[in-house]
Design a protein around this ligand. Structure first.
Ligand SMILES: Nc1ncnc2c1ncn2[C@@H]1O[C@H](COP(=O)(O)OP(=O)(O)OP(=O)(O)O)[C@@H](O)[C@H]1O
Length: 376
């Protein structure tokens, strides 16, 4: 088993192009790009692990910030990619894109195809068990075809204290086509759920999980990698959405969970790890392992270059700057084989014997030092 290693959360920033409405309105483009790591927005400079200007392709973004995660997951690490930014800043474009268009597809379909491509070319002694699940804001279970409006699934912790959504449907899959089919159905379910709940807002967080368990038939070694792809709801101010009534309540709810996310990030960035407020929202609880846990995490800050969105873009860039300082400690998730358990047992036995003899020597020393036993 690999030793734990500390790695920074990787934070990248992607600017979308000015859109037609912004150009027609005469908005100014406030972003200037100098190199791959720096952007100048409204006369302030921001540095990231990588900066993507509007002309950079989906393929480029995928290769630069997502491809590595496939190796991580297949080596038994957990990996998360999440997109943060205001509405229409390009989160869904980046995470999903146009699912069936080879050039315009985003990270999710590319990762799925590459994972299965890697598996096909790997050692034939390896046996894989892959399952997927998807959930959205209010913990709707998107893969549940029987009752799509089943809401408010609760968050529990597994034996390793890792939170998970209890009762969320998981599907075993055997090909990238099967996963894509499931994703398309999940999108329809999500739409039906939104309509049934009479919520006309498209704002919601969407979390897609893929677990890969692999067993080496020769060595019996088992590795468990988990991939989590998150498309967060837009982080704009509620007043800008012109929402009213139940939509306004929902918008406030979403903003509460995003503000819980910001509080968690601030806390981790300042190194205050003992009281991280993960429990302030279900979304931060579900993402607990990705934020400050056992996970290689990439955050994609999606931004609009337009002067109309200046405040939101600044706030997204500041969010990214804070998140850059977070460090996660990652370990390979492995189930031990019988021999490894035996080895671990023997090692613990040797350690126990050593501690017992040390304890014995210290007891003797203590007895000698007790009053009246000094031998000057
Ligand atoms: N980098 C880009 N290049 C070209 N078009 C883009 C880019 N980013 C976003 N767009 C376009 O901008 C529009 C809004 O993008 P998208 O729907 O991805 O935003 P979003 O942040 O997911 O919004 P919401 O929070 O409302 O879901 C879409 O039409 C999308 O195709």
């Amino acid at each position: 088993m690999a030793d734990p290693s500390e790695c920074n959360v990787k934070v990248v920033c992607r600017f979308r192009p000015m859109n037609e409405a912004e150009t027609n309105r005469g908005d100014k483009c406030l972003a200037q790009f100098f190199n791959d790591e720096t952007v100048n927005f409204c006369k302030m400079q921001y540095s990231f692990d990588q900066v993507f200007s509007p002309d950079q392709t989906q393929e480029h973004v995928y290769t630069a910030c997502a491809r590595q995660i496939i190796c991580d997951v297949l080596q038994g690490y957990n990996g998360t990619i999440f997109a943060y930014g205001q509405t229409a800043s390009g989160k869904t474009h980046t995470m999903e894109g146009q699912l069936n268009d080879h050039l315009k597809q985003g990270i999710l379909p590319r990762i799925i195809q590459d994972i299965f491509g890697h598996i096909d070319s790997m050692d034939e002694n390896l046996e894989f068990l892959i399952k997927v699940s998807a959930e959205v804001q209010k913990n709707w279970d998107c893969l549940n075809t029987g009752d799509v409006t089943k809401t408010n699934l609760s968050v529990h912790e597994d034996k390793n204290r890792v939170p998970f959504v209890k009762g969320c449907t998981e599907r075993f899959v055997s090909s990238s086509e099967e996963v894509m089919d499931i994703i398309l159905k999940a999108k329809v379910n999500r739409h039906v759920a939104v309509t049934n709940m009479n919520e006309h807002s498209s704002r919601s967080h969407c979390i897609f999980m893929l677990s890969v368990k692999q067993e080496n038939k020769k060595t019996k070694q088992i590795l468990n990698g988990k991939l989590c792809l998150v498309d967060l709801a837009g982080s704009e101010k509620v007043s800008k959405t012109l929402a009213e009534g139940s939509v306004l309540d929902e918008a406030k709810n979403i903003n509460r969970s995003l503000s819980a996310l910001c509080n968690v990030i601030s806390c981790l960035a300042e190194g205050r790890r003992c009281h991280v407020p993960y429990r302030d929202s279900k979304m931060t609880r579900v993402l607990q392992d990705s934020l400050g846990g056992n996970c290689r995490t990439t955050i994609i800050c999606c931004c609009s270059p337009s002067s109309y969105n200046e405040a939101e873009t600044r706030s997204t860039l500041m969010f990214g700057q804070r998140a850059k300082t977070i460090k996660n400690t990652v370990v390979v998730n492995t189930d031990l084989t019988a021999e490894q358990w035996q080895e671990k047992y023997e090692k613990e036995r040797r350690r126990r014997r050593l501690l017992q003899s040390l304890n014995h020597r210290l007891q003797e020393e203590l007895a000698c030092l007790r009053p009246g036993n000094y031998d000057f």
